[in-house]
Design a protein around this ligand. Sequence first.
Ligand SMILES: Nc1ncnc2c1ncn2CCOCCNC(=O)c1cc(-c2ccc(F)cc2)cc(O)c1O
Ligand SMILES: [Mg+2]
Length: 214
Amino acid sequence: TQSTRPQRLLSAVQKNATRGDPCSVVRAIDDFCRHKEWAMNVGDEKGCILDSVVSEMNPAAVLELGTYCGYSTVRIARLLPPDAKFITLEFNPGFAAIARQVIAWAGLEEKVQLVEGASGDWIPKIKEQFGIKTFDLVFLDHWKDRYLPDTKLMEECGLLRKGSVLLADNVICPGTPDYLEYIRSSPKYESRYFKSHLEYTKVEDGLEKSIFLG
Ligand SMILES: Nc1ncnc2c1ncn2CCOCCNC(=O)c1cc(-c2ccc(F)cc2)cc(O)c1O
Ligand SMILES: [Mg+2]
Protein backbone atom coordinates (compact mmCIF):
# COMPACT_ATOMS: atom_id res chain seq x y z
CA THR A 1 0.00 0.00 0.00
CA GLN A 2 1.07 3.58 -0.67
CA SER A 3 2.86 5.34 2.18
CA THR A 4 1.73 8.80 3.29
CA ARG A 5 3.99 11.84 3.42
CA PRO A 6 4.01 11.80 7.25
CA GLN A 7 5.06 8.12 7.12
CA ARG A 8 7.91 9.00 4.73
CA LEU A 9 8.91 11.87 7.01
CA LEU A 10 9.01 9.48 10.00
CA SER A 11 11.16 7.02 7.99
CA ALA A 12 13.61 9.84 7.24
CA VAL A 13 13.82 10.61 10.98
CA GLN A 14 14.39 6.94 11.87
CA LYS A 15 17.05 6.64 9.16
CA ASN A 16 18.93 9.94 9.67
CA ALA A 17 18.39 11.09 13.26
CA THR A 18 19.95 9.75 16.47
CA ARG A 19 17.52 8.32 19.02
CA GLY A 20 17.26 10.65 22.02
CA ASP A 21 18.79 13.61 20.17
CA PRO A 22 16.04 16.21 19.52
CA CYS A 23 18.29 18.47 17.44
CA SER A 24 19.12 15.61 15.06
CA VAL A 25 15.36 14.92 14.68
CA VAL A 26 14.70 18.59 13.83
CA ARG A 27 17.61 18.59 11.35
CA ALA A 28 16.46 15.33 9.71
CA ILE A 29 12.93 16.71 9.17
CA ASP A 30 14.22 20.02 7.77
CA ASP A 31 16.55 18.16 5.36
CA PHE A 32 13.71 15.87 4.24
CA CYS A 33 11.32 18.79 3.67
CA ARG A 34 13.88 20.98 1.93
CA HIS A 35 15.39 18.34 -0.35
CA LYS A 36 12.80 15.55 -0.68
CA GLU A 37 9.17 16.55 0.05
CA TRP A 38 7.76 19.85 1.32
CA ALA A 39 5.62 19.47 4.47
CA MET A 40 3.78 22.00 6.64
CA ASN A 41 6.18 22.07 9.62
CA VAL A 42 6.94 25.51 11.05
CA GLY A 43 10.43 24.93 9.63
CA ASP A 44 13.94 26.11 10.50
CA GLU A 45 13.59 29.86 9.88
CA LYS A 46 10.35 30.41 11.82
CA GLY A 47 11.53 27.66 14.19
CA CYS A 48 14.39 29.87 15.37
CA ILE A 49 11.89 32.62 16.25
CA LEU A 50 9.78 30.00 18.09
CA ASP A 51 12.91 28.85 19.96
CA SER A 52 13.73 32.40 21.09
CA VAL A 53 10.19 33.01 22.36
CA VAL A 54 10.17 29.69 24.29
CA SER A 55 13.68 30.24 25.71
CA GLU A 56 12.95 33.80 26.87
CA MET A 57 9.69 32.69 28.58
CA ASN A 58 10.91 29.45 30.18
CA PRO A 59 7.21 28.47 30.34
CA ALA A 60 5.76 26.12 32.97
CA ALA A 61 2.63 25.37 30.92
CA VAL A 62 2.45 25.26 27.11
CA LEU A 63 -0.41 24.44 24.71
CA GLU A 64 0.19 23.64 21.01
CA LEU A 65 -2.81 23.59 18.66
CA GLY A 66 -1.98 21.43 15.66
CA THR A 67 0.76 18.84 16.19
CA TYR A 68 1.00 17.51 12.60
CA CYS A 69 4.20 15.34 12.62
CA GLY A 70 5.54 16.74 15.89
CA TYR A 71 8.30 18.97 14.47
CA SER A 72 7.38 22.09 16.49
CA THR A 73 6.44 19.83 19.41
CA VAL A 74 10.05 18.57 19.51
CA ARG A 75 11.42 22.11 19.04
CA ILE A 76 9.40 23.35 22.02
CA ALA A 77 9.75 20.30 24.31
CA ARG A 78 13.57 20.23 24.02
CA LEU A 79 13.69 23.74 25.55
CA LEU A 80 11.25 23.25 28.45
CA PRO A 81 12.24 23.09 32.13
CA PRO A 82 12.02 19.58 33.71
CA ASP A 83 8.57 19.76 35.35
CA ALA A 84 6.84 21.88 32.68
CA LYS A 85 3.41 20.75 31.39
CA PHE A 86 3.11 20.60 27.59
CA ILE A 87 -0.14 19.63 25.84
CA THR A 88 -0.39 19.33 22.06
CA LEU A 89 -3.73 18.83 20.30
CA GLU A 90 -4.00 17.01 16.96
CA PHE A 91 -7.27 16.40 15.13
CA ASN A 92 -6.04 13.90 12.53
CA PRO A 93 -5.38 10.39 13.95
CA GLY A 94 -2.89 9.59 11.18
CA PHE A 95 -0.84 12.67 11.93
CA ALA A 96 -1.06 11.96 15.70
CA ALA A 97 0.25 8.40 15.23
CA ILE A 98 3.29 9.67 13.32
CA ALA A 99 3.87 12.54 15.77
CA ARG A 100 3.96 10.13 18.73
CA GLN A 101 6.76 8.19 17.03
CA VAL A 102 8.71 11.33 16.08
CA ILE A 103 8.42 12.65 19.67
CA ALA A 104 9.51 9.22 21.01
CA TRP A 105 12.51 9.09 18.64
CA ALA A 106 13.60 12.45 20.07
CA GLY A 107 13.29 10.93 23.56
CA LEU A 108 10.74 13.55 24.64
CA GLU A 109 7.63 11.41 25.21
CA GLU A 110 7.78 12.10 28.97
CA LYS A 111 7.58 15.88 28.40
CA VAL A 112 4.63 15.96 26.01
CA GLN A 113 0.97 14.98 26.27
CA LEU A 114 -0.42 14.49 22.77
CA VAL A 115 -4.23 14.62 22.80
CA GLU A 116 -6.27 13.58 19.76
CA GLY A 117 -9.28 15.71 19.06
CA ALA A 118 -10.60 19.05 17.86
CA SER A 119 -9.41 22.19 19.63
CA GLY A 120 -12.96 23.48 20.03
CA ASP A 121 -14.00 20.32 21.88
CA TRP A 122 -10.90 20.03 24.07
CA ILE A 123 -10.14 23.61 25.15
CA PRO A 124 -13.14 23.73 27.56
CA LYS A 125 -12.00 20.45 29.18
CA ILE A 126 -8.29 21.15 29.68
CA LYS A 127 -8.47 22.66 33.18
CA GLU A 128 -10.29 19.66 34.73
CA GLN A 129 -8.63 16.95 32.60
CA PHE A 130 -5.01 18.06 33.03
CA GLY A 131 -5.05 20.13 36.21
CA ILE A 132 -3.79 23.22 34.42
CA LYS A 133 -4.85 26.67 35.65
CA THR A 134 -3.49 28.87 32.84
CA PHE A 135 -1.03 28.56 29.96
CA ASP A 136 2.10 30.69 29.80
CA LEU A 137 2.50 30.03 26.06
CA VAL A 138 0.08 28.90 23.32
CA PHE A 139 1.43 28.02 19.84
CA LEU A 140 -1.36 28.24 17.24
CA ASP A 141 -0.64 26.14 14.16
CA HIS A 142 -3.92 24.38 13.36
CA TRP A 143 -6.82 25.26 11.04
CA LYS A 144 -6.34 28.92 10.20
CA ASP A 145 -10.05 29.69 10.63
CA ARG A 146 -9.94 28.24 14.15
CA TYR A 147 -7.32 30.69 15.50
CA LEU A 148 -9.86 33.41 16.33
CA PRO A 149 -12.71 31.28 17.77
CA ASP A 150 -10.23 29.25 19.83
CA THR A 151 -8.53 32.39 21.18
CA LYS A 152 -11.93 33.71 22.31
CA LEU A 153 -12.69 30.27 23.78
CA MET A 154 -9.40 30.25 25.73
CA GLU A 155 -10.25 33.71 27.10
CA GLU A 156 -13.74 32.56 28.12
CA CYS A 157 -12.39 29.39 29.76
CA GLY A 158 -9.92 31.43 31.82
CA LEU A 159 -6.92 29.65 30.31
CA LEU A 160 -4.97 32.91 29.82
CA ARG A 161 -3.42 35.06 32.55
CA LYS A 162 -1.82 38.54 32.45
CA GLY A 163 1.37 37.94 30.48
CA SER A 164 0.32 34.77 28.65
CA VAL A 165 1.80 34.70 25.15
CA LEU A 166 -0.01 33.56 21.99
CA LEU A 167 2.38 32.73 19.14
CA ALA A 168 0.55 32.19 15.84
CA ASP A 169 2.07 30.55 12.74
CA ASN A 170 1.00 31.34 9.15
CA VAL A 171 -0.57 34.74 9.77
CA ILE A 172 0.38 35.69 6.16
CA CYS A 173 0.42 32.33 4.34
CA PRO A 174 -2.08 30.65 4.30
CA GLY A 175 -3.17 33.67 6.40
CA THR A 176 -5.47 34.30 9.32
CA PRO A 177 -7.02 37.70 8.52
CA ASP A 178 -9.85 37.65 11.07
CA TYR A 179 -7.44 36.60 13.85
CA LEU A 180 -4.91 39.32 12.94
CA GLU A 181 -7.63 41.99 12.78
CA TYR A 182 -8.95 40.97 16.22
CA ILE A 183 -5.64 40.52 18.04
CA ARG A 184 -4.06 43.71 16.65
CA SER A 185 -7.08 45.93 17.46
CA SER A 186 -8.00 44.41 20.85
CA PRO A 187 -7.00 46.42 23.96
CA LYS A 188 -6.56 43.05 25.69
CA TYR A 189 -3.43 42.23 23.65
CA GLU A 190 -0.06 43.73 22.82
CA SER A 191 0.99 42.26 19.42
CA ARG A 192 4.17 42.12 17.36
CA TYR A 193 4.75 40.61 13.91
CA PHE A 194 7.93 38.59 13.23
CA LYS A 195 8.42 38.66 9.45
CA SER A 196 9.81 35.44 8.01
CA HIS A 197 9.06 33.00 5.17
CA LEU A 198 6.75 30.09 4.58
CA GLU A 199 8.68 26.99 5.64
CA TYR A 200 11.31 25.88 3.08
CA THR A 201 10.25 28.57 0.57
CA LYS A 202 10.87 32.24 -0.36
CA VAL A 203 7.18 33.11 0.07
CA GLU A 204 6.52 35.66 2.83
CA ASP A 205 4.97 34.40 6.06
CA GLY A 206 5.46 35.26 9.72
CA LEU A 207 4.62 34.68 13.34
CA GLU A 208 2.39 37.01 15.37
CA LYS A 209 3.37 37.19 19.04
CA SER A 210 0.59 38.54 21.27
CA ILE A 211 0.77 39.16 25.00
CA PHE A 212 -2.54 38.89 26.88
CA LEU A 213 -2.92 41.96 29.13
CA GLY A 214 -5.75 40.49 31.24
N1 LIG B 1 -6.61 20.04 17.36
C1 LIG B 1 -7.05 20.54 16.18
N2 LIG B 1 -8.23 21.18 16.12
C2 LIG B 1 -8.65 21.66 14.94
N3 LIG B 1 -8.01 21.51 13.76
C3 LIG B 1 -6.87 20.84 13.78
C4 LIG B 1 -6.32 20.36 14.96
N4 LIG B 1 -5.16 19.73 14.67
C5 LIG B 1 -4.99 19.84 13.34
N5 LIG B 1 -6.01 20.46 12.79
C6 LIG B 1 -6.27 20.55 11.39
C7 LIG B 1 -5.32 21.40 10.60
O1 LIG B 1 -3.95 21.02 10.84
C8 LIG B 1 -3.02 21.55 9.93
C9 LIG B 1 -3.04 23.08 9.99
N6 LIG B 1 -1.87 23.71 9.34
C10 LIG B 1 -1.96 24.12 8.06
O2 LIG B 1 -2.98 23.94 7.42
C11 LIG B 1 -0.76 24.74 7.41
C12 LIG B 1 -0.75 24.91 6.03
C13 LIG B 1 0.36 25.48 5.37
C14 LIG B 1 0.35 25.64 3.90
C15 LIG B 1 -0.22 24.68 3.07
C16 LIG B 1 -0.20 24.84 1.69
C17 LIG B 1 0.38 25.98 1.13
F1 LIG B 1 0.41 26.13 -0.21
C18 LIG B 1 0.95 26.94 1.94
C19 LIG B 1 0.93 26.79 3.33
C20 LIG B 1 1.48 25.87 6.11
C21 LIG B 1 1.47 25.71 7.50
O3 LIG B 1 2.54 26.09 8.27
C22 LIG B 1 0.35 25.16 8.16
O4 LIG B 1 0.39 25.07 9.53
MG1 LIG C 1 2.02 26.22 10.30
